[in-house]
Ligand binder design. Sequence first.
Ligand code: UTP
Length: 501
Amino acid sequence: MVSLSKFPDFDYEGALPPGCRLPLVMNGRHERTSPPELVEQLRNHRQEHLLFGWERLDGPARQDLVATLGTFDWRELENLYARRSEPAKLPDLAAAVAPPVEVEEPDAALEALGSVALQRGRVAVVLVAGGQGSRLGSDLPKGCFPITPITGKSLYQVHAEKVLALGRRHGVTPPLFIMTSPATDGPTRDFFARHHHFGLAPDQVRYFQQGTMPAVDLATGSLLLDSPGKPFLAPDGHGGCLSALENQGHLAWMQERGIRSVFYFQVDNPLVKVADPNFLGRHLRAESQASSKVVPKRSAGEKVGVFVSIAGRCHLVEYSDLPQRMAEERLADGGLRYAAGSPAIHLFSVDFLRRVASGSGENGLPFHVARKKVPHVDTATGARVVPDRENALKFERFIFDALPQADRWLLVGVTHEGEFAPLKNGEGPDSPDTVRLAQSRLAATWLASRSVRLPLDERGDPLVPVEISPLVALGPDDLKGLCLPEPAEGKPYLLDDPDNL
Ligand code: UTP
């Protein structure tokens, strides 16, 4: 451990005006500390190495470091590190049963109920887009990735156009909250601004940044430095949206405006039916606090979380935590017993989110610990270390940990083909190729329902790319009454918004 005596010119009084006390927020708790107390804290927690390179930092960099260090909850970090080898706290899976799943069939009365909620402005949309997209390997936020099969619209554009289409249809545009992280915030705002918010009014798009957590050295528990003066910080998981929404006043803002339901989804799925009236109607009819879409697991080994019911509560078990015996258990008809896979699409009541967000301890959601490779500065030598094996712990919260707190919950069964094609990898499964094909396939089925038949290959996939703008149709019913062109042999089939032409 590096000692403070190594930093003779650590002028903490110079880091901030003398006597200045910093207001600090850590996981929603407001705390105050001052530089001398901070140095004492570093010493007490054996984290003095974080001052490495202090003598070369300029005034603003010193202030930033002092402010950042002041936000850390040392006790929480020490607890997380101490529990690093404990198995994740799991619900009592011995008591788990397959949960009831309602099938999402067309239902005019339910759809009317959902539509009225949209017309009355009772719904907000929350898109989480703070992830690092490391598997995809793009420099820009994943939301900027061009994904539609013909026009190459970005994921952000697809989602924004769905929100815009809802507004055109129902007369009220639900506010679109986009959760960013320090890495995705600037580029996301720039992207939306550059594209004129894809037709939305600028104030209909509301950005909010999620929190971060430091990465900790696996062997020692020391926090890692990204560069001198900069502890390595990673976004605190999609579950971080709860504390960020609450602490930044967005849930209160929603309540003040009479918004009662939040539609939550993730940036990587272009097939998502944003705030669809059928799902909303079911959620409202059941007076549910937390409703989730479900896709059938396609194989025992498929890497999706599964919903189970334990003592009447809904839990989502990550695929890595599901015992093999349960993953493989079959029903008499040969189907998987635990088949309720999660596409990460939820509807929450605002009251419920506020209750969970203001819950005791860590804003109601626990941290999960993951072992990762984290490049960093070796504070003994100053050398940059690029590890070839996992060397660090990262801490994240998951939104689905809120589900067991719901007294009334609902699962609604949909299909992969209709609603779930996540973009995760650069190639192979869940890659741009598979996600583009999934969009073409879905658009082709909508067209087939209107008797427009595209040539298919032996697997039933369209031979040409097919794309329907969300501004033209959000589902096959929207194609009714449109004069649809016949496919031209070998040509892509595009139904675009006339305003884009
Ligand atoms: P993933 O867990 O798939 O992560 O996120 P990712 O960032 O997209 O990709 P990898 O794992 O680095 O390759 C699922 C969703 O949760 C969001 C992501 O933006 C994505 O919409 N997310 C994830 C956040 O908003 N914040 C986080 O801290 C983590």
